[in-house]
Design a protein around this ligand. Structure first.
Ligand code: ADP
Length: 476
């Protein structure tokens, strides 16, 4: 089978969050003699692009309304990622340091989708399945189905995976002319809330829809992301498939970003030694439990609660705990967290920014990781934490609910129900008590470290789904 994964991020090429981790690992686990897996993302100005070798396999000119953009397709030559990586190079739109948050993001990702389809159209073989990820690729199922230009690709089955339904790629009908020509009878397929909605279009036009956890699928049928009635309508072709993790990259016994390697056999000592190094770096006392947060600093992640959580917890447990935060995002939250530095010097620290290496060190060194998300489609942090013997403290939502069970119910973490300062602090209180019971906490960590959250089984589930979609296409 020839599988195309198309998305905006891919670790280690270009990463903002979990989307990159998934697109950088699922394809690796799907690749085999029978399955040729290709990953296609835009060519950003990243270290991976400049430090690796690529060959140009295609060049052309894409049309976005009245604009023409030259583009080329670059193939990574060493195949070291475990799958074939293709970068769509559109210098005018993507030769920039960041992945998102430019004023012309709509033009950028629409051009990326058009260039990708133009290239696939010109290839000698036609993929068996196109797997789209999030709204940045949401118009591909529509264009390939309804634009006569792509007639040859019309019957390729498509799957859209929703990693985050909050972001939908919405724009007004003024920009309709950007799309390649199609019969206007199909215009309704693009529309949601009087706008063109890329994610809604994908949900309507793709053969199957998956979300990255079963609980998230249930939640988006009811919660207010604006698409709930659409989700209810397509329930027959939707399923929730829990993400896996790359257990080769995330392995405390071989992780090159972690100072002292450890396994389930010697994690108590291994984690403590890592903690000593990290605490030295951040001016904290390594004999006390370390609570961390890693993630984007936005309300959806519950990051707005953090300043008050820090204040409240460090007032209550004055000399008993350390808190370390790694993240960036909302400037207001960043400022509040930075201001607390002078107040809680010696027991609290914050690193504003993105730092992959530091994240690995924090997973390895922490005793507990705080994940107070308001919504969490899947969440990978809790699975990385489990693998590194760090106990997740989570709000029961989405994928967090599907992976973490409270230790009092014989589970692997600490859970609470509300995204509130009180609930998070109650959980911290329970964690402080737990930390005093060395044998108990050790057993919970062993439980977490023994769990298998790898892609091994999940990647199989996706392959079965592809086969199912392909079979259905043949029937119809
Ligand atoms: P998201 O909603 O951001 O995709 P996930 O839990 O699915 O959340 O994935 C987050 C990924 O991004 C993890 O690999 C996490 O370690 C990483 N990450 C998030 N913020 C940072 C940061 N500031 N520095 C380094 N890694 C980060």
């Amino acid at each position: 089978m020839e599988i195309f994964h198309i998305g905006a991020e891919c670790y280690p090429v270009a990463k903002v969050g979990g989307l990159a981790d998934v697109i950088g690992s699922l394809p690796k686990y799907q690749s085999s003699e029978e399955n040729k897996v290709r990953v296609v993302i835009p060519c950003y100005q990243t270290a991976f692009r400049s430090e690796n070798d690529f060959e140009c396999v295609h060049w052309g000119k894409l049309k976005l309304g009245n604009f023409n953009f030259p583009f080329s397709v670059l193939k990574e030559t060493s195949n070291k990622l475990g799958f074939e990586l293709y970068l769509i190079e559109i210098p005018e739109l993507f030769d920039r340091p960041n992945i998102y948050n430019y004023r012309d993001d709509i033009e950028r990702f629409l051009s990326f989708q058009i260039a990708t389809l133009d290239w696939i159209l010109g290839r000698s073989s036609i993929p068996d399945i196109i797997h789209c990820h999030d709204h940045h690729t949401g118009l591909i199922p529509f264009m390939k189905k309804y634009c006569p230009k792509y007639d040859k690709l019309k019957n390729i089955p498509t799957l859209i995976t929703i990693h985050n339904g909050l972001y939908q790629g919405i724009f007004t009908f003024n920009k309709l002319y950007y799309l390649p020509e199609f019969n206007l009878i199909n215009i309704k397929e693009l529309e949601w809330g009087n706008c063109i909605n890329s994610l809604a279009t994908a949900i309507k036009c793709a053969d199957e829809v998956t979300t990255v956890s079963p609980s998230y699928l249930n939640e988006i049928n009811h919660s207010d992301n604006g698409l709930e009635t659409l989700f209810q309508r397509v329930r027959h072709k939707s399923r929730g498939i829990l993400n896996g993790i790359d257990v080769d990259v995330w392995n405390p016994n071989s992780d090159p970003m972690v100072e002292i390697h450890y396994s389930i056999e010697n994690f108590v000592e291994g984690k403590q030694r890592n903690k000593e190094q990290l605490c030295a770096l951040f001016n904290m006392n390594p004999t006390k439990p370390l609570f961390s947060f890693i993630g984007r600093l936005y309300n959806e992640k519950g990051a707005d609660l953090l300043p008050k959580v820090v204040t409240s917890a460090l007032t209550t447990f004055e000399n008993e705990i350390n808190i370390l935060i790694l993240g960036y995002g909302d400037v207001e939250i960043e400022n509040q967290l930075t201001q607390l530095l002078s107040v809680y010097n010696g027991k609290y620290n914050v690193y504003i920014g993105y730092n992959e290496e530091l994240a690995h060190k924090v997973y390895a060194s922490s005793d507990f990781i705080l994940i107070p998300s308001r919504t969490e489609p899947c969440g990978l942090n809790q699975m990385y934490a489990l693998r590194y013997g760090t106990i997740p403290i989570v709000r029961r939502t989405g994928g967090l609910k599907d992976t973490i069970i409270d230790y009092e119910d014989n589970g692997n973490g600490i859970c609470h129900d509300e995204a509130s300062v009180e609930d998070v602090c109650d959980s911290i209180q329970r964690a402080v008590d737990l930390f005093k019971n060395k044998e108990n906490i050790k057993q919970i960590r062993i439980k977490g470290m023994s769990e298998d959250h790898s892609w091994k089984n999940v990647s199989q589930e996706y392959l079965e789904l592809y086969n199912l979609i392909i079979a259905k296409k043949y029937e119809s």
